[in-house]
Design a protein around this ligand. Structure first.
Ligand code: CP
Ligand code: NVA
Length: 304
């Protein structure tokens, strides 16, 4: 039987996603009560990271330890991946030894090739196209703090990047509307937009996007691998900083989200990210709980 993978938010049904968020909240409560929950004793998770990470790496490793399993961190430099061993062969070999494989890769196509040859679930820990694990945590955070997100209005201000793509897919799967304000030339992938078109509106004016929003979200203007474009991007994104004036246009109880790492004074003003509407630390913490629910779902099935 083919394993279930989690390469994008479309790999789980809306009902499965909803259940997964509910389970993440239960696992969070269990942990806070100090109760041990170890359904993954004897299981091993391999983690292949081609790019840097603080949150994703630590939350996956900590989560796996809390669930009773073990993890192996594999930098491509220390395996044969960087010496030309085919991705397909690496997938065949690793998946005969470990129970789940988490990959952060430059190219989404690489993760798809890997998953196609893996006997065990593969989880996308960020690619150039998607960051679905981030959105599990973001949806958990919104739902915990503000209630159901279905029918609500979100505003994405900034780059049409991997995190933006996952927000678009979240809009479709969780049933909210997403206004995206992006400077010309930095729009999200057109075919991904088309697949979510009932839930996504592309704009060029941050003010128009933020008006009456329940959540305002942004991300760095220069993602990993785009550092050399930083100066040019800083120019192109002038006027796209999320500041207090922009937040005033959103609903009074709107929250501000950012996947982190953040650059104060660029995509977000310090007064916003460090202000009362910011929920970025809850988002970061919820990476742990949401990914534990994902590991449990993929390795032992639905817990309800
Ligand atoms: N938000 C996020 O994925 O952070 P890291 O790059 O630190 O993992
Ligand atoms: N868009 C950013 C997200 C980092 C978590 C990047 O890809 O670098």
């Amino acid at each position: 039987m083919k394993p279930r993978h989690f390469l994008s938010l479309l790999d789980l049904s809306p009902a499965e996603l909803k259940q997964l968020i509910a389970r993440a909240r239960e696992l969070k409560a269990l942990l806070k009560r100090g109760e041990l929950h170890r359904p993954l004793v004897g299981k091993t998770m391999a983690m292949i990271f081609e790019k840097s990470s603080t949150r994703t790496r630590v939350s996956f490793e900590t989560g796996m330890a809390q669930l009773g399993g073990a993890s192996l961190f594999l930098s491509p430099r220390d395996t044969h991946l960087d010496r030309g061993e085919p991705v397909e062969d690496t997938a065949r070999v690793l998946s005969r030894m470990v129970d789940v494989i988490v990959i952060r890769a430059n190219s989404h196509a690489m993760v798809e090739r890997f998953a196609a040859h893996s006997q065990v679930p593969v989880i996308n820990a960020l690619t150039d196209l998607h960051h679905p694990c981030q959105l599990l945590a973001d949806m958990q955070t919104f739902i915990e703090l503000c209630g159901d997100i279905a029918g609500k209005k979100a505003a994405w201000i900034g780059d049409g990047n991997n995190v933006c793509h996952s927000w678009m897919q979240a809009a479709k799967q969780f049933g909210f509307s997403l206004n995206i304000a992006i400077p010309k030339g930095y729009e999200p992938n057109a075919s991904l937009v088309a697949a979510c078109r009932d839930h996504v509106t592309l704009l060029q004016d941050p003010k128009q996007a933020a008006r009456a929003a329940d959540v305002v979200v942004t991300d760095t203007w220069a993602s990993m691998g785009q550092e050399h474009e930083k100066a040019e991007r800083t120019k192109a994104f002038a006027g796209f900083m999320v500041d207090a004036a922009l937040m005033k246009l959103a609903k009074p109880n709107a929250v501000f989200m950012h996947c982190l790492p953040a650059y104060r004074g660029a995509e977000v003003a310090a007064e916003v990210i460090d202000g009362p509407q910011s929920v970025v630390w809850d988002e970061a913490e919820n990476r742990l709980h949401a990914q534990k629910a994902l590991l449990e779902f993929l390795l032992v099935g639905n817990k309800k």
